[in-house]
Design a protein around this ligand. Structure first.
Ligand SMILES: Nc1ncnc2c1ncn2[C@@H]1O[C@H](COP(=O)(O)OP(=O)(O)O)[C@@H](O)[C@H]1O
Ligand SMILES: [Mg+2]
Length: 512
């Protein structure tokens, strides 16, 4: 920390905070130990235990696909069934093509009685394929949607990497397996029936894949998020009611989706049956029957797609309603009628005195229980403690994102509630754990950090240089915090991305 700037660090890896001035150790909503690294190590208390714990063995960093799958292991039976159904529902299209081919062949038979007999058979076969694909799709959607909903409903409020997990589970797996089934069987059959035609068809696969991917992405664009790893008991119990409603919707959606898929085959069955009778009785050419069936099919598959979107539409309307309610909400964090001081400029000193805090959305859990914390001007302070012990909460109280239920959060001995919001936040730079960058140039992203004046390019470049650490996103976010020229810098796990390279992470503080 240079130029007398106060820095507050929430660090995941304790090795990154060895050199800070004061370490506050949190436990159960209180500060249980205070001191610098060597003092705390001598004490052999909580801090010592945490350091010892971290030095043996690193925590998990990269989670493999199989790890994610393993989270689903209690449901392995239904997953297996649903996967098999997804795979075999993919068989429907290639099977259909083969049967259609045979059918066309039958129609060219001059023996009318024979044609009549066969037409009936084929119509039944198509009905069979329809039932088969209806059932497999129902099982597949019912299961994969179920997962998606149960996790989606509760995780929708969580942001960040959750979307990535969704990419590896749920509906996507169903769609992918289905596509694999379709393509696998189609390829085998096309090569077995006529390998030359198969090879020619294969050259179209890139185009096909492109459209298939489009289709997969479009089947459901609802951005529900799955982040199983972060589930806790609390969540599970809170979500029980949501799960029940989600399940109801799921079965309905399974039926609709199954229907929409089998519809395709039913239409073919009907068209071919009727077409067959026309050919036999009225001398219509089979090429006309074929064309008309194809036209119907196109319509049917569009209908199928539309049907599968119907539930999303309802959902969208409801979601919009909730957004509107949200937009109408007023913040409780407001400016005082008469601020204690005009044009307050913080110096980098802050304190929390006997602060009690409970998140309004979780009234039964008190996060901070009479917590005291002194932030001395110009010092570097680290907050450590187990995950969920309230470190980020303290940071957010310092920014006055929330007001404490009891006790005082103050800057330069003035309680934050008596300061204008903009003044209280003016002297603070904040780098969040997962910084959010705007879809603008890097310069604009950094400049955005200064809400008083528009920084010049030289200032932007200087801030960018000061923030010179190797993780790019963090670098921009830190530069954005620095361009405010903050008297106090709050780093909430902002260095976690660097933790793997410990020598580097110890260096960043010389830059800041
Ligand atoms: N926005 C929120 N709403 C409800 N509870 C929250 C919220 N943010 C955090 N909590 C809860 O408050 C406790 C402290 O969280 P936090 O301050 O983020 O811990 P830390 O940063 O030390 O990991 C945890 O039990 C957490 O689940
Ligand atoms: Mg945190």
């Amino acid at each position: 920390a240079q130029e007398g700037r106060t820095t507050i660090i929430v660090a995941h890896r304790l090795s990154t905070i060895r050199n800070v001035d004061v370490i506050y150790v949190f436990k159960d909503g209180k500060v249980v130990e205070t001191g610098n690294h060597s003092e705390l190590m001598k004490k052999k208390g909580h801090y010592y235990d945490m350091v010892m714990l971290q030095s043996d063995g690193d925590e998990e960093k990269d989670v493999s696909f199989f790890r994610v799958i393993k989270l689903n292991s209690p449901e392995w039976k239904s997953i297996t069934a649903a996967s098999l159904c997804a795979l075999s529902s993919g068989f429907a299209m290639p099977l259909f093509a083969v049967i259609l081919g045979d059918f066309v062949d039958v129609l060219s038979n001059p023996d009318q009685d024979e044609v009549w007999r066969q037409v009936t058979n084929y119509a039944l076969i198509f009905v069979g394929v329809g039932v088969f694909s209806g059932i497999t799709n129902f099982v597949m959607v019912a299961f994969f949607d179920d997962k998606e909903n149960s996790t989606g409903a509760l995780c929708a409020r969580l942001s960040g990497e959750a979307a990535a997990v969704q990419g590896a589970t749920g509906q996507r797996i169903g769609s992918v397996l289905q596509a694999v089934g379709t393509f696998g069987l189609a390829l085998i059959l096309s090569l077995v029936y006529e390998w030359r035609v198969g090879l020619v068809a294969l050259t179209f696969v890139p185009v096909l894949t492109f459209t298939a991917v489009e289709a997969v992405a479009n089947v459901r664009t609802v951005a529900s998020l799955g982040r199983e790893a972060t589930f806790t008991r609390d969540y599970a119990s809170q979500l029980e009611p949501a799960l029940v409603t989600a399940k109801k919707g799921t079965h309905w959606r399974g039926i609709v989706y199954g229907l929409s898929r089998s519809l395709f085959n039913f239409i073919i069955a009907a068209a071919m049956y009727y077409g067959g009778t026309l050919i036999v009785n009225e001398g219509v050419t089979y090429s006309n029957v074929f064309k008309s069936a194809q036209a119907l099919l196109m319509g049917a598959s569009s209908a199928a797609q539309a049907l599968s979107f119907a539930p999303n539409f309802q959902k969208g309307i409801k979601a919009a309603g909730r957004v509107i309610v949200l937009l109408k909400k007023q913040s409780k964090i407001t400016d005082p009628d008469t601020p204690a001081m005009e044009n307050f400029r913080g110096t980098g000193q802050a304190s929390l005195q006997a602060v009690q805090f409970t998140y309004p959305t979780r009234p039964n859990i008190q996060v901070l229980k009479k917590l005291d914390l002194e932030v001395e001007k110009g010092k570097t302070i680290a907050l450590v403690g187990a995950s969920g012990c309230g470190k980020s909460t303290v940071i957010q109280l310092l920014e006055r994102y929330y007001d404490p239920d009891g006790g005082i959060v103050a800057q330069d001995s003035i309680p934050l509630v008596k300061l204008r919001l903009i003044d209280a936040r003016q002297s603070i730079g904040f780098v969040q754990q997962e910084p959010i960058l705007f879809d603008r140039t890097i310069g604009e992203n950094i400049a955005y950090g200064n809400n008083v004046s528009k920084p010049g390019m030289d200032e932007i470049i200087e801030a960018a240089k000061q923030a010179n650490i190797h993780n790019f996103k963090q670098r921009v976010a830190i530069a954005r915090a620095l361009i405010r020229r903050p008297k106090m810098l709050l780093l909430d796990e902002a260095t976690s991305a660097l933790d793997t390279e410990s020598e580097r992470s110890s260096k960043i503080f010389t830059y800041l």
